[in-house]
Design a protein around this ligand. Structure first.
Ligand code: 13P
Length: 248
């Protein structure tokens, strides 16, 4: 049985003070749900405070990105051991905003995935197509390529710890959610690719999230689909509504 995982990607929102306020608001509201893994992914500057503020709760903390080198002259970057030492358990890698605005390629994402595992961080690997790619009918081909490159050289015993987040770019921040049938179709295709790479037993253990305008109103239907094991939530993770998604 795969444990549902609901993660909030706060993106570039919440100062340290605001982060603490949000955590204090959400803490009691998500405390009851022990069958759902709850992860908050605040900006780097908030990470240590967030880890401290969630100690002894069911909330885990993840970073939104990290670099693939260990240390050195990479101004503005954050190293894997820094993310680990800050107390993170997860790290989001290859988000479509990083791909689109910061030039991240599948190859870079693969390097980051390998580094994350080296440092005992669990990657949440984001994949997904643009509207144009969906209209061209290449969604499944593209996602397949993104997964195969991201997981290159990752052995099965590590892969089971990864989370794949299917986030169609056209559904992110637009209020235009993929229907549960559309989302399930691609998530099932993702599981098929995982099965090709690792075999069925491993593929059945890897969790696949849907992301893109998830909210309190659509979460239950999406998470009920057989290949959707939770959500990666943007906008709705910044308010008390996030608790309704966790308690879907
Ligand atoms: P929204 O939930 O705001 O559409 O964002 C989704 C997302 O990008 C999560 O990583």
């Amino acid at each position: 049985m795969r444990k549902t995982i609901v993660a909030g990607n706060w993106k570039m929102n919440k100062t340290p003070k605001e982060a603490l306020e949000l955590i204090e608001t959400l803490k009691p509201l998500v405390a009851e749900r022990d069958d759902v893994e709850v992860v908050f992914c605040p900006p780097f500057i908030d990470l240590m405070l967030a880890v401290e503020a969630t100690k002894g709760t069911n909330i885990k903390i993840g970073a939104q990105n990290m670099y693939y080198e260990e240390s050195g002259a990479y101004t503005g970057e954050v190293a894997p051991n820094m993310v680990k030492e800050a107390g993170c358990e997860y790290v989001i890698l290859g988000h479509s905003e990083r791909r689109a605005y910061f030039g991240e390629t599948d190859e870079m994402i693969n390097k980051k995935v390998l580094k994350a595992f080296e440092h005992d961080l669990k990657p949440i690997i984001c994949v997904g197509e643009t509207l144009e790619q969906r209209e061209q009918g290449i969604t499944e081909d593209l996602v397949r390529l993104q997964i195969k490159i991201a997981l290159k050289d990752v052995p099965a015993e590590k892969a089971v710890l990864a989370v794949i987040a299917y986030e169609p770019v056209w559904a992110i921040g637009t209020g235009k959610t993929a229907t549960s049938v559309q989302a399930e179709e691609v998530c099932a295709a993702i599981r098929k690719v995982l099965c090709e790479i690792y075999g069925e037993e491993t593929a059945e253990k890897i969790r696949i999230q849907y992301g893109g305008s998830v909210n309190a109103g659509n979460a239950a239907e999406l998470f009920a689909m057989p290949n959707i094991d939770g959500g990666l939530v943007g906008g709705a993770s910044l308010k008390a509504d996030f608790a309704k998604i966790v308690n879907y």
